[in-house]
Ligand binder design. Structure first.
Ligand code: SF4
Length: 358
């Protein structure tokens, strides 16, 4: 049975992370933060896809001074990602970002770190302690030693923050290795009640990064661990958001607009099901690109009667292939026979009529 690990609630702008709140999807821009229009445009596009928190990289003083303007033109909470220079973090707080992400290990001077924490406390801005396997204080650790070291490091910083009376903390401990990421989060979840931000870092391009993220995040989420996720891909940020929702939807934790259930085909299939499904996928992407749906619409497209009627009966719309034709099901009820060349048109017609009600 799915049982969510109970964590404390942290407010990031108008979004609550942790406790029993929904698992939040976030992403990061890939634009140059000095380029305000492109950054705003990308964020607004991501928001339309369901991104709920956005992080921007803030490598220099020009970027940090843009944050207020960027924030004014977006509706989701803005997180500043800062490394090395505590003055940039202080300026980001001045710019009223909704959260800052730091890796405390690369802000070498403890007084500087304390200055950031105290500034966040007085501005009521939460901090993510974001540890990464590639930038741990101890270098070249083998993957099997990373979890223990990562957890020890996270606890050290958590205790440091707590000694400064700061508790608005989210933690991440990302590794490029799935197993060490899973073990790190599992260990930490038993020790602290801070919300956990999950991710596999530098997961790679599509589809490899998608698979690593799905396996790693899937295991943790199934165990009830994780309050917010970011899928990190060497690909468009749009892809990151889409994949994040697919992962959550596959565990029934969030919904997506639609889900295609289709068979792999075999010699029983008497028409080009792969081509039909690819075309249908494009149509659905186009149709749902500007639509927000509260409930996932399940569409089954099956090659023959072996599993076709069964899958169709669990779906909102289903077609089970037969000899040169297919039987259309709506909410499990057989409706009519449809020729394969008309399947997409019929499915889209029913989807349009169903989504008008939502
Ligand atoms: Fe083959 Fe039919 Fe199964 Fe599709 S549903 S894989 S066509 S047996």
């Amino acid at each position: 049975m799915y049982l969510r690990t109970q964590t404390r609630k942290i407010k990031i702008g108008n979004i609550t992370v942790g406790g029993s709140s929904k698992i939040i999807v976030q992403s990061m821009t890939k634009t140059d933060t000095r380029d305000i229009p492109s950054t705003i445009k990308q964020i607004n596009k991501l928001e339309k896809l369901g991104c709920e928190i956005i992080r921007v990289s803030v490598p220099d003083i020009i970027s940090v001074r843009n944050l207020k303007k960027i924030k004014k033109n977006i509706s989701i909470p803005l997180v500043a990602d800062i490394h090395f220079d505590y003055r940039i973090a202080l300026e980001a707080i001045q710019q009223q970002v909704d959260k800052i992400r730091i890796n405390p290990g690369n802000i070498k001077n403890e007084n500087h770190l304390r200055t950031i924490v105290e500034a966040c406390k007085s501005a009521k801005i939460p901090i993510r302690i974001g540890l990464n396997s590639g930038s741990l204080p101890q270098k070249n650790l083998p993957y099997n030693e990373i979890p223990e070291y990562m957890v020890k490091t996270a606890i050290k910083f958590i205790k440091m923050f707590e000694s400064w009376n700061f508790f608005d903390t989210v933690i991440s401990m990302k590794s490029t290795d799935v197993m060490s990421t899973v073990l790190s989060y599992e260990m930490l979840a038993k020790k602290v009640d801070y919300p956990l931000h999950l991710g596999i870092t530098e997961a790679g391009p599509y589809p490899e990064g998608t698979i690593k993220s799905s396996v790693g995040l899937g295991i943790l989420l199934y165990k009830g661990i994780g309050d917010t996720i970011r899928v990190s891909l060497t690909s468009s940020p749009e892809q990151e958001v889409i994949v994040a929702y697919q992962i959550l939807n596959s565990l029934n934790l969030r919904n997506v607009s639609y889900e295609i259930i289709s068979c792999p085909t075999c010699s029983r299939c008497k028409f080009n099901l792969i081509e039909i499904v690819q075309k249908l996928q494009k149509e659905l992407q186009k149709y749902f690109s500007n639509k927000k749906i509260k409930k996932t619409i399940k569409i089954a497209v099956m090659g023959c009667v072996v599993n076709g009627p069964g899958e169709a009966s669990h779906s909102d719309i289903g077609i089970a292939g037969g000899k040169n034709t297919g039987l259309l099901f709506i909410k499990g009820k057989p409706i009519k026979k449809v020729l394969p060349k008309n399947w997409i048109k019929e499915i889209m017609l029913y989807i349009k009529s169903m989504t008008e009600k939502y």
